[in-house]
Design a protein around this ligand. Structure first.
Ligand code: A3P
Length: 326
């Protein structure tokens, strides 16, 4: 039996097993061998108990904000580099390692009654995020929010325009969603990014390859807009948090914003920033018609999935859409 100094040993190992170069982080405290080499100064308590996985433009920021109002729920610190989200499991941040990820979380004052969570809306449609998240957080609960995928796509397009994206500024929404094989590459890419997250059932099935159905909650983004108090109560029940927070006393509808906002002092409300709840013209009818057809079979698949998972009630917009098909 031969041994080598650690660096040489590692180099030799990766020479022999190059496929292992891509790390998969697991919880060091779940394995005695890992725990044995885990620094005494470190903890495994700075990991989320639940994740809000997205997708983008469905109300994830409102949900994040309302969750963080709960005194026993502690959110991740915000990242300056990735649009305030941690975005660990979906991209190259994953290679920054576990310590990097854990730095985004406060040390919970009470590890049993405090709930850490993280929201990164791009996790939802990422190919790798479900496997990576499960490797590190197999017990975690997952929350996703869905609205009509055509509405989501349009909100995302408006978001890209608001950020000055050249392709979104150049082409109309209809041109984006109908771009074909001959369209310029940038337009095809924008179309893909616009439409793909809305293939809800495909992405959800990927998460369900790893997580059990009871670990997943699918929320209706329209219910979050219309009746956030009831919705937050369902979320509290799902994550099993006690005591419950009185959202009825903390959220008020702000007619000027057109959304529920956080009640701060007396009758004053603090709403989400201007980038949430934007004002833009309604979607062109021809784009709406095109997307109805585009998403049809995906919405049928979604309704079957919701039925299988026992998710009730089925969102009104989905019911309406299905009744039109039949
Ligand atoms: P629009 O700006 O297109 O209206 P996300 O936070 O996932 O990016 O989603 C943004 C969307 O959240 C907004 O899209 C808005 O419709 C929706 N939303 C839901 N509840 C909201 C709230 N209380 N305040 C602001 N926006 C809210």
């Amino acid at each position: 039996l031969q041994s080598l100094p650690p660096m040489q040993f590692a180099n030799k190992y990766f020479e022999m097993f190059p496929e292992d170069e891509d790390p998969i982080w697991q919880n060091p405290c779940d394995d005695e061998r890992h725990l044995a080499i885990w620094s005494k100064n470190k903890t495994c308590n700075r990991l989320p108990r639940f994740l809000v996985i997205g997708p983008q433009k469905t109300g994830t920021t409102a949900l994040y904000t309302f969750l963080a109002m709960h005194p026993a729920i502690l959110s991740n610190y915000q990242s300056k580099t990735t649009f305030e989200e941690v975005q660990f499991f979906n991209g190259n941040n994953y290679y920054k390692g576990l310590d990097w990820y854990m730095e985004f979380f406060p040390l919970p004052p009470n590890t049993t009654s405090n709930f850490l969570f993280e929201k990164s809306a791009n996790y939802f449609d990422s190919e790798l995020a479900p496997m990576r998240a499960y490797a590190l957080l197999p017990q975690a609960k997952l929350i996703c929010i869905i609205i009509h995928p055509a509405k989501r796509a349009y909100s995302w397009y408006q978001h890209m325009r608001a950020h000055g994206d050249q392709t979104a500024m150049t082409y109309t929404f209809y041109e984006v969603v109908t771009a074909g094989q001959d369209a310029p590459r940038n337009l095809q890419e924008l179309r893909e990014r616009c439409l793909k997250p809305g293939l809800y059932s495909t992405h959800l099935e990927r998460w369900l390859e790893f997580y059990k159905p009871k670990q997943l909650m699918i929320l209706d983004g329209e219910a979050l807009k219309g009746d956030p108090v009831s919705l937050m109560s369902k979320v509290e029940k799902f994550i099993h948090i006690e005591p419950r927070f009185d959202y009825n006393q903390s959220l008020r509808y702000n007619p000027k914003k057109g959304f529920y906002c956080q009640l701060v002092q007396g009758d004053r409300t603090k709403c989400l920033g201007r980038s949430k709840g934007r004002v833009y013209p309604p979607m062109e009818l021809k784009a709406e018609k095109f997307l109805k057809l585009f998403y049809r079979r995906h919405l049928v698949a979604l309704s079957k999935l919701l039925l299988r998972l026992g998710t009730t009630p089925i969102p009104d917009w989905l019911q309406e859409e299905l009744s039109e098909f039949l």
